[in-house]
Design a protein around this ligand. Structure first.
Ligand SMILES: [Zn+2]
Length: 140
């Protein structure tokens, strides 16, 4: 088992890396940021078309935030800080647009399933949907 110990922990460092709290934060950020690609690829393969699921934007936001804190508070490297300083803008904007789009979906009075805003019939049971597709408070 010494060969395994030497492989995983050469010179007492796990995977050759000297670990401390900020190193864990940085790797957690890397793992979170990388997860967005796994999620996007999974849904693309599942649906057999290129899609960007909402989880992609959440993983992007979380991963970039963690990496930004690593860059700003630990590395204090201006290049690294700048790389993550503004990426949250499109992530948050896409999440806002996604939730606004969901809010305009039409609830079927028959089966309570939501259909896209442009749908005239329920995508689940086929019931004719109400013509007014906007929420009542938006019309005021
Ligand atoms: Zn329905």
């Amino acid at each position: 088992m010494d060969w395994l110990s030497n492989l995983l922990m050469p010179e007492g460092k796990f995977l050759g890396i000297e670990w401390h709290v900020w190193k864990v934060v940085g790797w957690l950020g890397n793992l979170t940021f990388f997860s967005r690609f796994v999620v996007q690829w999974y849904y693309t393969e599942k649906l057999k078309k290129v899609v960007i699921p909402v989880a992609f934007w959440w993983f992007s936001l979380a991963g970039a935030s963690i990496l930004f804190s690593y860059a700003a508070f630990h590395k204090k490297d201006s290049v690294f800080i700048f790389a993550y300083a503004f990426t949250f803008i499109p992530y948050i904007r896409n999440l806002i647009i996604h939730h606004r789009h969901l809010d305009t979906h039409v609830l079927c009075p028959g089966c309570q399933v939501e259909s896209p805003p442009s749908a005239r019939f329920c995508c689940d049971c086929g019931t004719r949907l109400p013509c007014e597709s906007k929420p009542a408070d938006a019309a005021a």
